[in-house]
Design a protein around this ligand. Structure first.
Ligand code: AMP
Ligand code: MG
Length: 400
C-alpha cells in the first residue's frame, strides 16, 4: 500500500503532467484577491525610484560627521519634494522619512542624534556612508520580475502589484470542482432525517475546503448507491475541472464508485493509502479529469481532501502545490496507536514559545464534533506504537 507521501507525489506528478497550463483571463487588480498570476509582474521603474531616507533627520556628508561636529542646515525636504540644492561640505538638509536624499549627501543622521540652534545642527556621533538610506533600485531594478507567474495574490502580493501600477492582471481561471456525495442513507442537511438517515455534511465541508483554496465548488448533491444514479451524476461531475466524491469506496456491497468509474474507462492510480482515517481513498483519471473518491466518514473525507485533493486543486489553479505545513509540538500525554498506518488525529495545538499538542478524545472517523473542536491534525508515524508524553511530534495546523 502507498504511504501518504507516495500517494501525494503520484497526485502531484500525474496532474502536473497532464493538466498543462490552465486558461487565463484578465481582471482588475481590485478583484484579484486569492487569484493566481498567469503573468510575471515587472518593476516599472527602479524600487525605490530614488535614494530614499528611511528616518527623520538630516541628510549629511558622512565625512563631515563626528561627535560634536556642527553643520549648517540649508533647507528641508519632505516626502514627495524634489531636491533642488546639493549638500555641500559643512552643510546639511533636514529630511523626512520617505524623502529623496539630495545630491552631495551620502547618509542620514537621525534627528534624535542632533541638536539644533537656528541654522546650526550639532551631531552627537559619526554616521557611516549609506546610513538610513535605501539606495535607488536596491529593492528591485526597472524591468525585473517582482512577482512570478504562479504566485497567489494575497494582501502583500496585491500591494506589490499595485506599487508597480498593475491595473489589470492576467490570472488563471478558477478551477470548477464538482462535489458529489453518495449514500442511500444521506439526506440534504436542510431536511429532517428519518431515524436511520444522516444529513449530508460532507458536501458542506468539501465545498468549504474547495472555496478555502479559492476554487469554485460545484455541489451536485447526493447520488444513491445505484449504478444508474452514480453513472448519471458522475457524468455531470466530469464536466467540471475535477470531481470529488465522498463515500462508496470501501469494500461493502453498495460501494459502487469504483465499479462505475471503471465503466467510464477510468485509470486508477491508487485506491488505498496507508493512513487512518482515510485508508480507502481513490485517485483516478477519468475522461481526462482527475477524480477523487474519498471515504464517506466525515473526518476521513476532510483529512483525505487536505492530503490529496488540495495539491491537485493548487496545480489546476496554476500554482506549484504547497508542501504540507508541518509544525512540531510536544505531546502532553502518552498514547498508543496501531502501527502500520500513519495516523492523522484531531488535536488541540497550543502555540507559543513551547508549542504543545493534546489529542482530543474522539469516537473515530465519524466524529465531526471532535474534528470541529480541533485546530490541527496530530501525525503519528506508521512505525510508532507507544508514544510518551514529552515527545516531539509533527502536527498539521488547520489552515482556516
Ligand atoms: P461510506 O464510505 O459510503 O461507507 O460511508 C461511511 C459512513 O460515512 C456512512 O456510514 C455515513 O455514516 C457517513 N457518510 C457517508 N456520506 C456522508 C455524507 N455525505 N455526510 C455525512 N456523513 C456521511
Ligand atoms: Mg456509502
Amino acid at each position: 500500500m502507498l504511504s501518504y507521501q507516495q500517494a501525494r507525489e503520484l497526485v502531484i506528478s500525474r496532474i502536473a503532467a497532464f493538466s498543462g497550463s490552465p486558461a487565463t483571463e484578465s481582471i482588475p487588480l481590485r478583484e484579484a484577491l486569492g487569484r493566481v498570476l498567469a503573468q510575471d509582474i515587472l518593476a516599472d521603474r527602479d524600487y525605490p525610484p530614488f535614494d530614499r531616507s528611511i528616518r527623520d533627520g538630516y541628510a549629511v556628508r558622512s565625512a563631515d560627521t563626528h561627535p560634536g561636529a556642527t553643520v549648517r542646515a540649508i533647507g528641508e525636504l519632505k516626502a514627495g519634494d524634489t531636491p533642488t540644492s546639493p549638500v555641500k561640505p559643512g552643510t546639511c538638509i533636514q529630511i523626512m522619512t520617505g524623502a529623496a536624499v539630495p545630491e552631495g549627501a551620502d547618509a542620514v543622521i537621525m534627528v534624535e542624534h542632533t541638536e539644533r540652534e537656528g541654522d546650526l545642527v550639532t551631531l552627537d556621533r559619526a554616521v557611516a556612508a549609506g546610513q538610513h538610506i535605501v539606495a535607488r533600485g536596491s529593492e528591485q531594478s526597472a524591468g525585473k520580475v517582482i512577482l512570478g507567474k504562479g504566485t497567489r495574490l494575497a494582501f502583500a502580493q496585491l500591494a506589490s502589484a499595485a506599487q508597480v501600477g498593475t491595473a489589470q492582471a492576467a490570472v488563471f481561471r478558477v478551477p470548477r470542482i464538482a462535489i458529489l456525495s453518495t449514500g442511500d442513507e444521506v439526506v440534504d442537511f436542510t431536511v429532517t432525517p428519518g431515524p436511520f438517515q444522516i444529513r449530508n455534511s460532507n458536501s458542506v465541508s468539501l465545498a468549504a475546503q474547495v472555496a478555502t483554496l479559492h476554487a469554485e465548488p460545484v455541489v451536485l448533491g447526493n447520488a444513491r448507491d445505484t449504478r444508474a444514479d452514480l453513472r448519471a451524476k458522475i457524468a455531470t461531475g466530469l464536466e467540471s475541472g475535477a470531481l470529488v466524491l465522498s463515500g462508496g469506496v470501501s469494500a461493502g456491497k453498495y460501494d459502487l464508485v469504483e465499479p462505475v468509474l471503471r465503466e467510464f474507462g477510468a485509470e486508477f492510480l491508487f485506491d488505498a493509502v496507508a493512513i487512518r482515517p482515510g485508508k480507502p481513498v481513490v485517485f483516478a483519471i477519468c475522461k481526462g479529469k482527475p477524480v477523487f473518491g474519498l471515504p464517506g466518514n466525515p473526518v476521513s473525507t476532510m483529512v483525505t481532501f487536505d492530503l490529496f485533493v488540495r495539491p491537485a486543486i493548487e496545480i489546476l489553479s496554476g500554482m506549484a502545490p504547497a508542501p504540507l505545513p508541518f509544525f512540531e509540538a510536544v505531546l502532553t500525554e502518552g498514547m498508543t496507536e496501531k502501527p502500520g498506518l500513519t495516523h492523522f488525529l484531531p488535536a488541540a495545538l497550543e502555540t507559543g514559545d513551547h508549542p504543545r499538542v493534546t489529542p482530543l478524545r474522539w469516537q473515530g472517523s465519524g466524529d465531526i464534533i471532535a474534528m470541529s473542536r480541533a485546530n490541527c491534525l496530530l501525525v503519528i508515524p506508521s512505525d510508532r506504537e507507544t508514544i510518551n508524553a514529552g515527545e516531539r511530534l509533527s502536527v498539521l495546523p488547520r489552515g482556516l
